[in-house]
Design a protein around this ligand. Structure first.
Ligand code: HEM
Length: 181
């Protein structure tokens, strides 16, 4: 995963749990590179950071992934890519429909990017259905958090639920965003 994602994960854990806990986590990991934003790193290191954090902090993996997903929207919205949230849609629905185009645009600079893919449709006037596809396993709760963060970002009163987790037969996770107001 790109350095910018890894850096964000490390900083979020450090800020939320403090330097002392972070030292305990790093003691369990053979080597954490000094991440640079625009470089691709093996996914193993990202998974190991999350796995060891879950163990040392005694938090639920899904809870941590959800927090990380939700926070990623704030992180990117307040950073150099903040204008992407204006460029690629003005509602949660239009933005989600443009997400592949947005990641593809990022790929122009980040040439080693291996982005996810999303399909999004309206089931009825209150329900958006999202399918998430990726080469990477285990990120369902991360995506749930991302979708919650997006609802907040676009002031959409939506409740996110996981409807389907991918399996040997189905190669996507499915989510609903149901309007609450
Ligand atoms: C301006 C905002 C965003 C930026 C700059 C950004 C950038 C990135 C980058 C650099 C990666 C790492 C991919 C790799 O290393 O190969 C990534 C992964 C990912 N992004 Fe985005 N992203 C943004 C917004 C979003 C949003 C809004 C969503 C979904 C609602 C999303 C979903 C994901 C997911 C699920 C991954 C994990 C990779 C995977 O599933 O294979 N991103 N993104």
């Amino acid at each position: 995963m790109y350095g910018m994602v890894n850096k964000y994960i490390v900083q979020t854990i450090q800020n939320a749990y403090g330097e002392k806990k972070w030292m305990e986590i790093t003691a369990q990991i053979p080597e954490i590179p000094h991440f640079s934003q625009m470089k691709q790193y093996p996914d193993d290191i990202t998974y190991l950071i999350v796995q060891k954090s879950v163990e040392i902090l005694a938090v639920d993996a899904d809870t941590l992934l959800e927090i990380l997903g939700k926070g990623w929207i704030k992180e990117t919205a307040n950073g150099p890519y903040g204008n992407y949230y204006k460029l690629y849609g003005d509602t949660v629905f239009s933005f989600l429909n443009n997400l592949d185009t947005m990641h593809a645009a990022l790929g122009a600079q980040m040439t080693d990017l291996s982005p996810p893919s999303f399909i999004c449709k309206n089931i009825d006037s209150n329900t958006i259905c999202i399918r998430y596809m990726s080469d990477r396993p285990g990120l369902t709760s991360f995506v749930k958090g991302l979708l919650e963060g997006l609802c907040e970002k676009f002031n959409y009163p939506g409740h996110v639920t996981i409807k389907q987790v991918r399996s040997d037969d189905i190669d996507y996770d499915e989510f609903f965003i149901e309007k609450t107001a």
